[in-house]
Design a protein around this ligand. Structure first.
Ligand code: AHR
Length: 345
C-alpha cells in the first residue's frame, strides 16, 4: 500500500503520466480496489486501455508477427515495415516473429511490455492463448491494436481495435460461387487453417453457413493443414488415398494449402475435374484462377501497413477509433483474374 501511495502522489504531482503510473501499479500488483483506497479517480483503472495517451515527439511501436513462413506473411510484414519507415520521424518500429510457436508469441508480447513500448500491434496466431497476453499489455497501460487475426476479447476495451478482413464473408463467397456454378451432387474435402486461429474458425463458419443449406453438397472430410503448402499437400494426399474419385471439390482456407492440395491431385493423376475454391490472392493463386486450375479465390489483403499506421496516428492524436476496421477484399474468377494478376503477392 505504501508503494501505491507514493505512486499516487507522483501521479497527482504530474511526475508520472498515466501510462507510466499504470505500468508501475501493475508491477506492485494492486487492482481497482487498491486504487480506490488511495482515493484515485475511476480513470486510473489498471484494467482499461488508456484512451487519452500522453503526447510525445516519438513513439515506440512493437509488432508481434506470428510467423514468416509464407508469401502472405512476408507481404504483411513488408507492408508494416515500409509504412513504419515512411513515418520514421514519428515512430521507432521493431518486429518480433514467433516462428509459428504460440508460446513464443506470448513471450514476445511480454518482452515488448518489458521494453516499455508505447503501443503493440499484434497478429495473434491463436485467438485464445493470445487474449491473456493482450490483457497483460492492457494491465501495464500499453494499448494493443490487433491486425489480420484477432483474439476473443472485446475491441474498444480489451484492445483498441481489430483491423481485419471479414473472414466469415470470405467463406460465404467461396461457398456461393460453388452453389451457383456447379450442378448435381458434389462431395468435397476441406483444408482447415491452423486450429485455434480466427481465420480458420471464421472461414469454416462462413463456408458452412451457406453450403450446409444445400443438400447436394456432402462433406467427406476436413482436417488442419496449418495454412502451409506442405500441410495442404499431406492432408490432400491422405484424402485422395481414402476417397479418390469421389472428390468433386476442394475448399481450402488459404491459397498455399490449395496449391499443396492441387499438387497432390496431379500426383494422384486423378482423371476428373476437381473444383478448387480458396482464399488469399497470392500471385500463384490468381494465376491458377486465370488458367482455370482454381475456380475461385477470395482475396485476403495482407497490406496492413497504411491502415494500421493511420489508426496509430489517430490513437496518439486522441481521436475516436472504431472497435473494428474491415479491410475490403476482391473476388478472383476466370472473368477478372487475368487482368488482376498484378494485385497478387
Ligand atoms: O490470418 C490470415 C491468414 O494467415 C492467411 O489467409 C494465411 O495465408 C495466413 O497464414
Amino acid at each position: 500500500m505504501r508503494d501505491l501511495m507514493i505512486l499516487a502522489d507522483a501521479l497527482r504531482a504530474g511526475k508520472l503520466v498515466r501510462s507510466e503510473f499504470l505500468r508501475a501499479v501493475a508491477t506492485v500488483g494492486v487492482g481497482t480496489a487498491g486504487l480506490a483506497a488511495v482515493g484515485l479517480p475511476a480513470f486510473a483503472d489498471a484494467n482499461a486501455t488508456p484512451t487519452h495517451p500522453p503526447r510525445k515527439a516519438k513513439y515506440s511501436i512493437g509488432f508481434s508477427q506470428s510467423e514468416l513462413n509464407s508469401d502472405w506473411r512476408k507481404a504483411e510484414s513488408d507492408s508494416m515495415a515500409a509504412e513504419a519507415k515512411k513515418r520514421g520521424a514519428k515512430y521507432d518500429y521493431r518486429q518480433m516473429v514467433a516462428n509459428s510457436d504460440t508460446n513464443k508469441q506470448i513471450t514476445d508480447v511480454a518482452d515488448l511490455i518489458a521494453a516499455n513500448v508505447d503501443l503493440i500491434v499484434l497478429t495473434p496466431r491463436e485467438q485464445d492463448p493470445l487474449a491473456a497476453a493482450t490483457a497483460k499489455a492492457r494491465a501495464a497501460g500499453i494499448p494493443v491494436i490487433e491486425i489480420d487475426r484477432a483474439t476473443r476479447g472485446k475491441p474498444g476495451s480489451d484492445f483498441v481495435t481489430a483491423i481485419s478482413s471479414n473472414f466469415v464473408q470470405q467463406g460465404n463467397k467461396v461457398a456461393l460461387w460453388m452453389v451457383e456454378n456447379t450442378k448435381g451432387p458434389i462431395s468435397y474435402v476441406e483444408l482447415l487453417g491452423t486450429t485455434g486461429a480466427s481465420p480458420a474458425i471464421l472461414r469454416a463458419k462462413g463456408f458452412h453457413d451457406v453450403i450446409d443449406r444445400e443438400k447436394r453438397f456432402t462433406l467427406l472430410g476436413a482436417h488442419d493443414g496449418n495454412f502451409t503448402l506442405a500441410g495442404g499437400h499431406a492432408v490432400m494426399t491422405n484424402y485422395l488415398a481414402r476417397f479418390g474419385h469421389k472428390i468433386d471439390m476442394l475448399y481450402s482456407h488459404n491459397d498455399d494449402m490449395a496449391v499443396g492440395g492441387y499438387q497432390a491431385i496431379r500426383e494422384a493423376a486423378l482423371a476428373k475435374k476437381v473444383y478448387i475454391g480458396s482464399i488469399d490472392g497470392t500471385r500463384r493463386g490468381i494465376e491458377y484462377v486465370a488458367d482455370g486450375v482454381f475456380s475461385v479465390v477470395v482475396q485476403s489483403d495482407p497490406h496492413f501497413g497504411p491502415v494500421t499506421f493511420d489508426t496509430i496516428d489517430k490513437y496518439f492524436d486522441g481521436q475516436a477509433i472504431p472497435g473494428s476496421i474491415t479491410v475490403k477484399d476482391v473476388t478472383y474468377t476466370k472473368a477478372n483474374a487475368g487482368r488482376l494478376i498484378g494485385t497478387g503477392f
